[in-house]
Design a binder for this molecule. Structure first.
Ligand code: NAD
Length: 259
């Protein structure tokens, strides 16, 4: 990863931050994109505490805004001269509700960020990678991108779309040296998942978490570093021939029928 220029969206916390910390330790040059400017600054401090010489460019951006995405891509090229990797990670869960009762504004916001944000990222990064004849893209889907999840219609729709767009990018741009994959994390303990357990059991989110963990074959939730290690491989030169895949990182849970 040394000196590779990698863009990470949703870099301020959770899965984005864990990957940023790992890639900084591997001496990649990082562009950190997030719409939470304050949390982005805090993330920078955390990364530099572990990797003091890390090269970081912070760009506060809402990935659902097409012009803003175009701008973060242009700024990256101005600053680092190239784009070797895109970790298209920013996403939201939305609110949990049955399909017929789902708030339509929340539904559209989930699609705007999770689907369109990922699409805009690829739309503007791929032409840069094409010119280089090199690039690695990792889009963040979810187990909700390979199966249904009760009360999360908008999220499931958006993440299935991410998996589908990943297949298309892989087949349309493979000949330009661009490998595109998606990851499908299960329940990984990040601020987003902590918030989901609060929605499931507002009085005792910890017990909701423990109950959920018992359903997993490993009897535990995943950690952000479990995801970061897989993403680092997919974004690296070690990945020479994996493309168009949606890779579950879920302790095997998506293979389980009934529990
Ligand atoms: P998180 O909420 O902990 O972090 C997400 C980050 O993305 C935040 O810093 C937030 O500010 C940023 N973000 C959200 N919307 C944005 C936007 N429009 N523009 C720019 N930044 C934005 O979430 P996480 O758990 O780290 O999730 C990261 C990704 O992984 C998401 O796409 C999520 O759907 C996916 N995912 C997470 C899990 C899990 O268990 N944590 C499981 C499956 C998929």
């Amino acid at each position: 990863m040394q000196n590779r220029a990698i863009i990470i969206t949703g870099a301020a916390m959770g899965l984005g931050l864990a990957t940023a910390e790992l890639l900084a330790a591997k001496q990649a040059k990082l562009v950190l994109v997030d719409y939470n400017a304050e949390a982005l600054q805090a993330a920078k401090t955390k990364i530099l505490a572990k990797s003091p010489s890390a090269e970081l460019l912070l760009i506060p951006t809402d990935v659902s805004d097409e012009e803003a995405v175009q701008s973060y891509v242009e700024k990256t090229v101005e600053h680092f001269g190239r784009i070797d990797g895109l970790y298209n990670n920013a996403g939201i869960e939305g609110k949990q509700a049955p399909l017929t009762e789902y708030d339509i504004d929340v539904f559209k916001r989930v699609i705007d960020i999770n689907l369109m944000g990922v699409y805009y990222g690829m739309k503007y990064v791929i032409p840069v990678m094409k010119k280089q004849n090199y690039g690695k893209i990792v889009n963040v889907a979810s187990v909700g991108g390979i199966r249904g999840v009760v009360n999360q219609t908008a999220y499931v729709a958006s993440k299935h779309a991410v998996s589908g767009m990943t297949k298309n990018a892989a087949i349309e741009y493979g000949e330009y040296g661009i490998l595109t994959n998606a990851i499908a994390p299960g329940a990984i303990l990040t601020p987003m998942v902590e918030e989901a357990f609060k929605q499931v059991n507002p009085d005792d989110p910890k017990s909701a978490e423990q109950e959920y963990a018992q359903r997993n074959p490993t009897k535990k939730l995943g950690q952000p570093t479990d995801v970061a290690n897989v993403v680092a491989f997919l974004l690296s030169e070690d990945n020479g021939y994996v493309s168009g895949q949606t890779i579950a990182i879920d302790g095997g849970e998506s293979n389980l029928y009934g529990n």
